[in-house]
Design a binder for this molecule. Structure first.
Ligand code: NDP
Ligand code: GDR
Length: 345
């Protein structure tokens, strides 16, 4: 019998890559979608026709219970979130509800459907629903050591990071309280041609394509000195799946161990099309964050040793992949008048 997986956040970057990976592994996959006419549901449905969908929202407890009950999953991957960090200063309460309390709601839904009681120590037996929580390197925030591993303390710097830290701890607590099989992947930034246009790498690759084709001249960015550990989303979903295949649940840092600045990302992307980034990038102070996470770098030793996981795509290749994809789309848009975002996937 094939395993059944339920993915929240199916319409996002990671949801689509994870669904493809699980389907290739022989799973039946359901994606949780919200809203009465979500265009992103149509988009991911076109990309992955084998997907099934179920309605639900991380803001609505009953809908999560109904979704888990309907799907009867072996594995639940909770990728749903408001994931753009700056938005969390504008709508802190909403972000806390979705990214923090939403995790609790999903854990409760699993607990109710699987009939786990209020006593601890029920063990991680077979037949139990396994839960993956999308934790984030943003929990490290103002870092106390570099690189960061599973033992590094947290100091989140945004309402997003604070909410993710709650999600992380409540997953650990349900593991300890109810013997639930709950895992947290502390993933560092990961990107792809399917990355949202608001995130810095995609913002850069989209602008490079437009500038190369003469459709735009300048690109406004914020803090060029911010340093991130950027990997490829397709590599990171393999780690999510591996985490849920272990005998015991745990917490794993996933990254590449390589640091690059926003400035370097821009330089690499412009170089892909033979342009000088300094002639096009302007700094807009309005894009600098109220409290910045300056530097992040993963020590993923535990993921390598316990899961046998390694990243396969390096940062220059990743930027090139994104620029080439956006160039193809921008050229199609220019030549045929296609809508850029819809044409991507
Ligand atoms: P995206 O922003 O691409 O996708 C977010 C998903 O969450 C969308 O499918 C969105 O659905 C869904 N969502 C938003 N609000 C709700 C809600 N109320 N109920 C249910 N679903 C909701 O994120 P990514 O794919 O990049 O990231 C996946 C997860 O991993 C997120 O939790 C993110 O915080 C976390 N993460 C991401 C990292 C990265 O670098 N990409 C690194 C570390 C953690 P809709 O279409 O309905 O809006
Ligand atoms: P981040 O990703 O906040 O790390 O969160 P993002 O790409 O938005 O920012 C990375 C760094 O680049 C700096 N920066 C800019 N960022 C954006 N978006 N736009 C700009 O113009 C710009 N200029 C400079 C930022 O200040 C920041 O330092 C991502 C999300 O996917 C989260 O959901 C996830 O948890 C973390 O990665 C790990």
């Amino acid at each position: 019998m094939s395993k059944r997986a339920l993915i929240t956040g199916i319409t996002g970057q990671d949801g689509s890559y994870l669904a493809e990976h699980l389907l290739a592994e022989g799973y039946q996959v359901w994606g949780l979608t919200r809203g009465q006419a979500n265009p992103r549901k149509e988009r991911v449905g076109r990309l992955i026709p084998e997907l099934s969908f179920v309605n639900g929202d991380l803001m609505d407890q009953a809908s999560l219970v109904a979704a888990v009950d309907l799907v009867q999953p072996d594995e639940v991957y909770n990728l749903g979130a408001i994931s753009f960090v700056p938005m969390s200063w504008e709508q802190a309460e909403l972000v806390t509800e979705v990214n923090g309390t939403g995790v609790l709601r999903m854990l409760e839904a699993i607990r109710m459907v699987s009939g786990l009681g209020r006593s601890s120590g029920s063990g991680h037996g077979s037949g139990q629903i396994r839960f993956y929580q999308a934790s984030s390197s943003e929990m490290f925030g103002k870092v106390v050591e570099t690189p960061q591993n599973e033992h590094t303390s947290f100091h989140p710097r945004s309402p997003y990071g604070v909410a993710k830290t709650y999600g992380h701890y409540i997953t650990r607590n349900y593991r300890e309280s109810f013997g639930m099989y709950g895992v947290s992947g502390i993933l560092f930034n990961h990107e792809s041609p399917r990355r949202g246009a608001e995130f810095v790498t995609r913002k850069i690759s989209l602008a490079v394509a437009q500038i190369k084709l003469g459709l735009q001249d300048k690109l406004s960015l914020g803090n060029l000195d911010a340093v991130r550990d950027w990997g490829f989303a397709g590599d990171y979903v393999r780690a999510m799946h591996l985490m849920l295949q272990q005998d015991e649940p745990g917490e794993y840092v996933v990254g590449t161990g390589q640091m690059h600045s926003v400035r370097e990302a821009a330089r690499l992307a412009f170089e892909c099309v033979g342009l000088d980034w300094e002639e096009h990038v302007v700094v807009d102070p309005a894009l600098v964050r109220p409290a910045e996470v300056e530097t992040l770098c993963a020590d993923y030793t535990c993921a390598r040793e316990a899961l046998g996981w390694e990243p396969e795509v390096g940062f220059p290749e990743l930027m090139q992949m994104m620029v080439e994809s956006d160039l193809r789309q921008a050229a199609r848009e220019r030549d045929h008048g296609e809508v850029l975002a819809a044409a991507i996937w």
